[in-house]
Design a binder for this molecule. Structure first.
Ligand SMILES: C[S@@+](CC[C@H](N)C(=O)[O-])C[C@H]1O[C@@H](n2cnc3c(N)ncnc32)[C@H](O)[C@@H]1O
Length: 216
């Protein structure tokens, strides 16, 4: 099953950036900036972007972090990562792209200050999503920030119909519940989970904090 999903994203990688530019009308990448601003990412910190796709968030983060910090993007699609690496090389940006499954991240625990995920969690199966959230918590430092961006349910009837069709095609009613309100699914993994609409009204961000374990 995952092999087919990966194949689908490999094919999709050829058109992905063009489709996103058309759909989001976010040419200045202000949504990614909004996500990163809300993450409280600071120069010198380390950020992991899961389901990075063609690397939009990781590349923007690398520019903000400067030479002291590190931005890493993870995706299981070789095609998506190829595009991300091409963009990094073309723009002269220092970001790292790693092929891996989000359900099993190849990093030591407490490696990153921020973990981001943009417009991807709703597409994961419930099992992969739970594993990904657990992995995100594991690789975050205590007090680190998990922040994700998701679509708002579209208001325009045709777009809303297509969006619902996409959700229905994912095969789990949990995906529809998740897309309606992500917070109950995030709260088992992070504290102080909050949602806020993003500028433009088409997306929302959900943010949580990895609890600091107090010794007994
Ligand atoms: C809709 S795209 C989002 C890409 C990017 N975050 C953005 O905002 O443009 C979803 C991405 O999740 C990746 N993905 C899906 N399932 C995954 C998994 N189990 N492990 C790693 N990556 C996965 C896909 O390859 C795809 O690049």
């Amino acid at each position: 099953m995952k092999r087919w999903r990966r194949f689908y994203y490999d094919i999709f990688s050829h058109f992905y950036d063009a489709i996103i530019a058309l759909h989001s009308r976010d040419k200045s990448a202000s949504l990614r900036d909004f996500l990163l601003d809300r993450s409280t990412l600071a120069p010198g910190q380390d950020l992991l972007d899961i389901c990075t796709g063609t690397g939009a968030v990781a590349l923007r983060a690398a520019q903000k972090l400067g030479s002291e910090g590190t931005a890493v993007g993870v995706d299981f699609s070789r095609g998506m990562l190829q595009r991300a690496r091409q963009k990094a090389a073309a723009k002269g940006i220092q970001a790292h792209f790693v092929q891996a499954d989000v359900a099993d991240l190849p990093f030591f625990k407490e490696t990153f200050h921020v973990v981001t995920c943009s417009h991807a969690m709703y597409e994961l199966t419930p099992e992969t999503r739970n594993a990904a959230l657990s992995e995100a918590r594991r690789v975050l430092v205590p007090g680190g920030i998990f922040i994700m961006m998701e679509h708002m349910a579209p208001k325009q009837p045709l777009v809303r119909f297509l969006y619902n069709l996409r959700l229905a095609s994912m095969g789990s009613s949990q995906n529809r519940e998740f897309a309606r309100d992500e917070r109950p699914f995030i709260k088992p993994f992070f504290k102080e989970v909050k949602m806020e609409p993003a500028p433009g009204g088409r997306s929302k961000i959900i943010r949580g904090i990895k609890p600091v374990q107090t010794p007994l």
